[in-house]
Design a protein around this ligand. Structure first.
Ligand code: PEP
Ligand code: MG
Length: 597
């Protein structure tokens, strides 16, 4: 028996068998070759392309019942694998650059994808994804990888991965994944967020899980303690089985009525909304009493299958709007880049989190951006929709985005497509530069939504997916409440509402502080709404304001934590100390997380 310690990112205890997932999209190696090796490299490519073509033909034969759309995609892929021009471009690139063939295939496909994505022709733009799929198929062949789709899981498993990609998390068979353990990641990494939204227990940041666990091993995943027990002995197994059988009803199970308002005892009313990543989630948020969607992460549509034509996007957005039946829906424009890599749009960057991400991506590709904006605008004809721009760093970006929005409106008008004339556009505040200019941004924004996941990452210089420094990603750092307060004050001065849609909003232990800071709207994983509402309904605004004042005057994480947990303990004795406000201990190499050294 061995105990591995990591970060608890999704609560729950599970006993089961491990399935170790090898990465389907590993890094593509790049190295120089000798000019004399060119013919051999080219021969490798020809063989890989031939094998990929055979694979596609087999897939086509076996997918006869899947409908013409699938068949047409496979035909298009087949044409490309065998396209003489594609082969010629790879040969020419190889003979001029002398890098290994995998890299040459990647580069040619990337350049082609970029050209296509900027095309004004919608059909050509969609082909960018096909180019990426085809090149990946060839590269996998060259690297000797046989990808396995997690969508095909047929047995219950505990997934053990080095770094499960968001695409895999979105497409896996959720019914069969009972828990996730991962070497990388933190509580606010995107994989953690989506896994939590699916209600799957997880322990992340384990550093060596994939090295230590073998498929078929028995595991106990304790998502509450952040522990994974590998090959548990009989006594431990018995103890956990008893624990599972005798689980007590916790604080979270005593919830206020679904339709009761989120109002404090002295009459301060706020709004509680849901964060969603896939349209289907909108259908279940009513169950938790969501008053709308405060954050629809539209990029998940692209991450799932890489497709995002205007019609596909419109269908997804309007499904959400219809499911919300008149309640407001905030659609965030694509936030791709950083740790969210769209199939085929992988652009190697030294610092992806500081690089070509979110609105920066959209502004560089105005046609692509306008396609999304038109799809959102069209969905606004079916119910109340708001648009939100992610990662705005300053007013120029906001102005540019608003100008492109006006162009998209003009195009809709030109085509006779209906949309809501008074659709609102708001700004996500997740970069310190945006906080410090919030007064200026407020003049051009209909609302603010504070993205604390990124605001913490960027203000405290902590990569949100890096387990080695995740102990520093502290919402209790005194800078964080100060940033939040400054943003809310700037919004209120201008008469616009301030929302918060980072993971902090769904933390019942943080609710009183956020209320006291003046927040108007909390947007979170839907399942967290009842517990946050319970805190709000059980407290008075005045005491929250006093708490906020004390926190704003505090000088250390520990002081902020003591204030917040003291306040909660006095009023809500059963309330678990927040997982976000915890784990401040720096992991040591060789102790629990081994840092892989
Ligand atoms: C955030 O940064 O807090 C946020 C809500 O956006 P995301 O987690 O998708 O980056
Ligand atoms: Mg963000």
């Amino acid at each position: 028996m061995k105990i591995l310690t990591g970060i608890s990112a999704g609560a729950g205890v599970v006993i089961g068998k491990a399935l170790v997932v090898q990465e389907n999209r590993p890094e593509i190696p790049r190295y120089a070759i000798d000019p004399g090796e060119t013919p051999a490299e080219l021969a490798r490519f020809v063989t890989a392309a031939r094998e990929a073509a055979e694979e596609l033909r087999t897939l086509k034969k076996n997918s006869a019942g899947l409908g013409w759309e699938q068949g047409a995609i496979l035909d298009a892929h087949l044409m490309m694998v065998e396209d003489p021009d594609f082969h010629y471009q790879i040969k020419a690139r190889l003979e001029s650059k002398y890098d290994n063939i995998e890299w040459m295939v990647f580069e040619v496909a990337r350049d082609l994808s970029h050209k296509l994505v900027q095309s004004p022709d919608a059909y050509l733009r969609e082909r960018a994804v096909d180019v990426a799929d085809v090149s990946r198929r060839i590269i996998n062949r060259l690297l000797g990888i046989t990808p396995f789709s997690l969508a095909d899981l047929r047995e219950d498993v505990i997934l053990a991965a080095h770094n499960l990609s968001l695409s895999d998390a979105l497409t896996m068979n959720r019914e069969r994944v009972k828990a996730l353990v991962m070497d990388t990641g933190s509580r606010i990494s995107h994989t953690a967020i989506i896994i939590r939204a699916f209600g799957i227990p997880s322990v992340l940041g384990l550093s060596t899980a994939v090295r230590e666990i073998t498929s078929g091993d028995t595991l106990i995943v304790d998502g509450e303690q952040g522990q994974v027990i590998l090959d548990p002995d009989k006594a431990t197994l018995r103890c956990f089985k008893e624990k599972l059988a005798n689980r007590k009803r916790g604080f979270g199970e005593f919830v206020p009525p679904r339709d009761s308002p989120a109002e404090t005892t002295d009459g301060r009313r706020v709004s509680l909304k849901a964060n969603i990543g896939v349209p289907g989630e909108a259908e279940s948020v009513h169950h938790y009493g969501a008053e709308g969607i405060g954050l629809y992460r539209s990029e998940f549509l692209f991450l799932q299958d890489g497709h995002g034509s205007e019609e596909q996007q419109y269908r997804a957005y309007s499904r959400v709007v219809k499911a919300m039946a008149g309640k407001p829906v905030t659609i965030r424009t694509i936030d791709i880049g950083g740790d969210k890599v769209m199939p085929g749009m992988r652009v190697p960057e030294e610092n992806p989190l500081l690089g070509w991400r979110a609105v920066r991506f959209s502004l560089t590709l105005p046609e692509f951006f306008k396609t999304q904006l038109r799809a959102i605008l069209r969905s606004s004809a079916e119910g109340p929709v708001r648009i939100m721009f992610p990662m705005i760093s300053g007013v120029e970006e906001l102005e540019e985005a608003l100008t492109i929005l006006e162009e998209a409106k003009e195009e809709c008008r030109g085509k006779g497509q209906a949309f809501s004339a008074d659709i609102e556009a708001g700004t996500m505040i997740e970069i310190p530069g945006a906080v410090m200019t919030a007064d200026i941004l407020a003049e051009k924004s209909a609302f603010f939504s504070i993205g604390t996941n990124d605001l913490i990452q960027y203000s405290l210089a902590v990569d949100r997916g890096n387990e080695k420094v995740s102990y520093l990603a502290q919402p209790s750092h005194p800078a964080v409440p100060r940033f939040i307060k400054r943003t809310i004050d700037a919004a209120h001065k201008r008469g616009i509402p301030a929302a918060l849609c980072g993971e902090l909003a769904g933390d019942p232990a943080a609710a009183a502080l956020l209320l006291g800071l003046g927040l108007d709207e909390f947007s979170m994983t839907a399942a967290a709404i009842p517990q946050v509402k319970r805190v709000i309904r059980g407290t008075d605004y005045e005491s929250c304001r006093v708490l906020a004042e004390q926190v704003l005057a505090a000088s250390s994480c520990r002081e902020v934590q003591a204030l917040v947990s003291g306040w909660n303990a006095e009023r809500f004795p059963g309330l678990e100390p927040s997982s976000l406000y915890a784990g401040m201990d720096r992991p040591r190499a060789g102790n629990g997380g081994s840092h892989g050294i």
